[in-house]
Write a protein of this length. Sequence first.
Length: 306
Amino acid sequence: MRGIYITANDKFTEQAIALLNSIRHYDPDVSITLIPYDENYHEVAALLKEQYGVKVYADLAFIERLSQKLYDIFGAGFFARPNQFRKQACWFGEYDEFLYIDTDIVVFEAIAQNLDALQTYDFLCCDYQHRGGIGNVFSPKIFSDGVLVERDRASLFNGGWWAAKKNLLSEQDLYDTFAECAAHPDYFDFSQKTSDQPIINYMILKRIPPERRFNLVNRPGGAPGSWAGSPQFVPLGDDALADPNCDGQRLQYLHWAGIRITPGCPYWRIWKHYRYLHSDAIPADPPPPPPPSWVEQVKRRVRRLF
């Protein structure tokens, strides 16, 4: 079986609607399963089931046990968003081949078709995270101590989009990985409040051989970008974007990682298009906030200085 996992709770219903509208627009039949982000998920789960046929992960008790054990390894208060680790239940769910997608994404193709590459590889990602350096993932010490080698820098990936095979890693692999990371927190960059991305990168790099993992942007002919913080994308109508830095290729998906999705954010019109794809009425954007007063400008300059 093939399918897509997402995580969400009631707070992120709007993002989940936009994501599901885009997935179903290009692939009406792919199976999708919700991993609840926390206990406040019943409203979004009911909506996604009714409108998009999304199932809830069958073994909720397992998710609780898994996430609590992973949390306990590092200790209370270490991670800013420990519930991000609930997505690790993907390894043990119903799909033999699966794709995990964050809800701050919209897709521009039948995204599950990328799972075809699992005929050759065991793990897939699809982004240019590695070009931005090791920030939000590792500290230089993990390389200087020889835990990772220099070639591993080119394999860093964003934790919001990845694909793999069921049971490729065991539950004990997860616990052992977290214990290794907890013993050396100085190997990781948690300065920007990231939680799962450093750990999952370490786990994949250490436990899956290089020849069994593949970043789809390295395919022949190259691949377009996917981060909404990239300013060069140009619209292809109202429902897609192209990357002029990659021969005008159509983007596969767009990810607002680290960007708050609100009016005025990068590529807001694309997100709004998918959020209201099947709505009779599309709300008008609120007016932009007034410019800060000179007093507020002075306060901001003082805060930047001190």
